[in-house]
Design a protein around this ligand. Structure first.
Ligand code: ZN
Length: 127
């Protein structure tokens, strides 16, 4: 895995803040929010495949939202930085912060992965 100083060179200040310091991008700011193509969303830091475009839905929150993650691509951690604990979603390969998962998503999983656009890259299968 790249060192902290390598990551600082590779990532923008905002990407570094979100992925390495558990930050959150401003809602409706993300470039991947309205991506409609078919493909995979991968980790910005290490390229690990995280989400399939088939599971993306418009949650209205202003962050890219998915109802499922690619099996074994992410890990979870309880985030107690606010009063009501949330479940943080991390890249299983490099440990970068991706976002949070909530229990109010659509079927078939009922989950809502609320993910920062700057933590992701999109690989369009048609390109
Ligand atoms: Zn990663």
């Amino acid at each position: 895995m790249p060192s902290d100083s390598e990551l600082k060179k590779k990532l923008t200040a905002e990407e570094y803040r979100v992925t390495q310091q558990c930050g959150t991008e401003p809602p409706f700011s993300g470039s991947l929010l309205h991506v409609k193509g078919t493909g995979k969303f991968v980790c910005k830091v290490c390229g690990n495949m995280l989400f399939d475009s088939k599971t993306k839905f418009d949650s209205g929150t202003g962050w890219p939202s998915f109802y499922d993650a690619i099996p074994r691509s992410v890990t979870f951690k309880t985030d107690t930085s606010i009063i009501v604990p949330r479940t943080e979603v991390l890249c299983a390969k490099c440990g970068s912060h991706l976002g949070h998962v909530f229990g109010d998503g659509p079927q078939p999983t009922g989950k809502r992965y609320c993910i920062n656009s700057v933590s992701l890259d999109f690989k369009d299968e048609k390109k």
